[in-house]
Design a protein around this ligand. Sequence first.
Ligand SMILES: C[S@@+](CC[C@H](N)C(=O)[O-])C[C@H]1O[C@@H](n2cnc3c(N)ncnc32)[C@H](O)[C@@H]1O
Length: 327
Amino acid sequence: MGCVASGWEPIEISEDELVDGDAYHHALYHNGDTNEPAEWHKVSVEKLINLAIPHIKDGALIVDYGCGTGGSAIELLKTLDMRGLEVELILIDPLVSWFSKARELLGERSNVHFELSVQMDISGKRSFRRLEDMLSGRKADLIISSSTLHLIPAKTIGNLVLQFANSLDEDGIFIWDSGDLESDLRPEDSALLHDPYRHVREIIRKDSLRSSRLSGMSVVDRERHESRLDRIFPSPIHVQVILDALSDVGFSIEVSDLVVDFSHGDAERFILVPRLAEVAAPLLKGVERTIAIKKALRDSLEMIADDGRGTGTHYRSHWVYGLHKLT
Ligand SMILES: C[S@@+](CC[C@H](N)C(=O)[O-])C[C@H]1O[C@@H](n2cnc3c(N)ncnc32)[C@H](O)[C@@H]1O
């Protein structure tokens, strides 16, 4: 049977992109089995879904903004299916490699629609599409965004939450989570989700083989290369930046939090996803990069445990959740 979902479909996807999407899916689901979510994924997204469920009625139009390989959507659909609730779900993401995995996993569902959120003009310039346009003027009952807002540059958050406000029905709700935001809520014995991986980047930044490879690049290329790598796990912004932007466009503010254990094995699977393992470039893809990352991650997780923010088996990641209505 062919795909029955609608919207974007991957064309001419490369082998590297397929491998990347598959690896992120395996970072969320052990053995790639959607019945076996990694504990951190299951626990973190479960709270978001529990916040959302009371607001979802049969026939609701739901948007998952930043759906990646489909991890949040898969868990939401499991809960909705169990409750016999039928909804229309619009999945949105800019990253072809991960989005194509979501399409592979959920493409058989007629109630799921895919919108790639980037476009290219005739000069080859890439830009984000507006949510209002992707919804063709329809209004959503619920927008969710799981583990994505910390990746949005602070200067564009105001514009994005305005798009959310414009795209919601008057009774609509926006619900999100993020494990990588500074906040006053975070207990001292927890870390941010990406702390171990930022630390890996810092350790490998000084790697002698990497430095010698970098020295072969022109100054301009080196700066461009390094700033691209710094954007993989960007410095965390404060949750207040997001909350202020939401208030400014008329959303109410309800915030809660959760500490989620992230096992060392899951952390290794996570950072070895090719797109994320790029933090070690220009060390060569494959064995060279993998060995350097594994060693740096061990040191990084040990440091986090020594700081009292984890143990010998896991680190404690701190997640913030927001629920917002238009006032
Ligand atoms: C960590 S994934 C989360 C995927 C999914 N929601 C989940 O819970 O498994 C974050 C997603 O945000 C997307 N993303 C990154 N930067 C973005 C941006 N500036 N605007 C919109 N989406 C972005 C990425 O492509 C990625 O798929």
